[in-house]
Design a protein around this ligand. Structure first.
Ligand code: KG4
Ligand code: ZN
Length: 347
């Protein structure tokens, strides 16, 4: 079965074609294309929702044509469409959903709505060595930070989540404070590589809270306060000081993420940890988690770097796995909806 995946929930337009008849996950992905709007939003220091929606409109059709050409398939070969219907920016989601449902109507094929986080969560299954169910998942993106117990496709139980900012959001806000360009996470991580992570003492929020929840909003403020007390004007200070601040921040955030992930493994008795979402690309997080699971006799699975941030492949995969589980749905009526806020549970 050929499943077309469409992702437009934020500032990336992603399209992918997945063949669910081919068992090995990595080979089942026939083609994928991605357009990132980062350069367009950079001037504003963050995503401008209206600009994002308009750009998705311009990109979708050429990306679809490109993916079909890459895969040497035609529109008529597509059996079903999977599209991100939430959570995300409402306008951006509507563009993708309208495109998907119009295409589904024209081709007379079913369209299924996918939860964006389910896409992230299942993306490690595209690796050559996919994790088996059950596993504990650490979802760390720009909008979410959650630990989940995953027992199968559509079987997700929340173990803990952030009570305020997401980990990626904290990276982005701290990067902005240090005068780094958008998107901040990768630039902060790059700067941190040349810094001393012990230079500044920053808090590890909720490290000893006894539960699996997180809090990251205070970290950015702590960076600002520590810098102010040391008489440093963050964005204007010299590169070495900024690198030290970046490294100290990164270490604090990673320490909490690693400790809570290990507590989740311990509490659930699971031996498998799966990391997904944009912050999963962070090198310190990857190496620290790898070392920590080794000590526990457990394993950690990361998606390939290209699948950490938003893409159409993870949505096509989630669609294919749902269709495998539930079979092809009837084509419903033409009504559809998007859900800017939508919590992931058992569905
Ligand atoms: O999963 P994602 O593409 O978007 C959401 O669904 O939110 O994640 C984007 C987030 C951004 O906050 C970005 O700064 C962060 O992931 N990010 C990183 C790194 N690469 C991306 N954060 C830390 N280190 C990185 N290397
Ligand atoms: Zn995402």
């Amino acid at each position: 079965m050929l499943v077309l995946g469409i992702e437009t929930s934020c500032d990336e337009t992603g399209i992918a074609l997945y063949d669910s008849a081919i068992p090995a996950p990595s080979r089942a992905l026939l083609a994928q294309r991605l357009h990132t709007q980062a350069a367009m939003h950079e001037a504003y220091g963050g995503v401008v929702p209206e600009l994002a929606s308009r750009d998705h409109i311009r990109r979708l059709l050429p990306l679809l044509e490109g993916v079909l050409a890459d895969a040497r398939r035609s529109r008529d070969d597509i059996d079903a469409i999977a599209v991100t219907e939430g959570p995300g920016l409402v306008g951006a989601l509507l563009v993708g959903a309208t495109f998907a449902h119009a295409l589904g109507f024209a081709l007379k094929i079913p369209v299924i709505g996918i939860h964006h986080l389910e896409g992230h969560l299942l993306s490690p299954l595209m690796s050559d060595d996919p994790p088996a169910f059950p596993f504990v998942a650490l979802l760390v993106s720009g909008g979410h930070t959650q630990l989940m117990q995953v027992t199968g496709v559509g079987r997700y139980a929340m173990l803990g989540e952030t009570v305020d900012d997401a980990a990626g959001e904290a990276f982005d806000k701290t990067a902005k404070l240090l005068g780094l360009p958008y998107p901040g996470g990768p630039s902060l991580a790059r700067l941190a590589e040349s810094g001393d992570e012990r230079a500044f003492a920053l808090p590890r929020p909720m490290l000893h809270s006894g539960d699996l929840d997180f809090s990251f909003s205070g970290l950015k403020t702590a960076v600002a306060t520590v810098a102010r007390d040391a008489g440093i004007a963050t964005a204007a200070s010299d590169d070495r000081v900024r690198a030290d601040l970046a490294a100290s921040f990164q270490r604090a955030a990673v320490d909490v993420l690693v400790a809570k992930s290990m507590a989740a493994l311990k509490g659930s008795g699971s031996k498998r940890l799966v990391v997904a979402g944009g912050v999963g690309a962070n090198r310190l997080l990857r190496s620290e988690l790898a070392a920590a699971v080794l000590k526990r006799g457990a394993t950690v699975h990361f998606p390939a770097l290209e699948w950490c941030t938003d893409n159409g492949a993870m949505i096509a995969l989630a669609g294919a796995l749902r269709l495998e589980r539930d079979g092809l749905p009837e084509r419903g009526d033409l009504a559809f909806d998007v859900a800017p806020r939508w919590s992931l549970g058992n569905e």
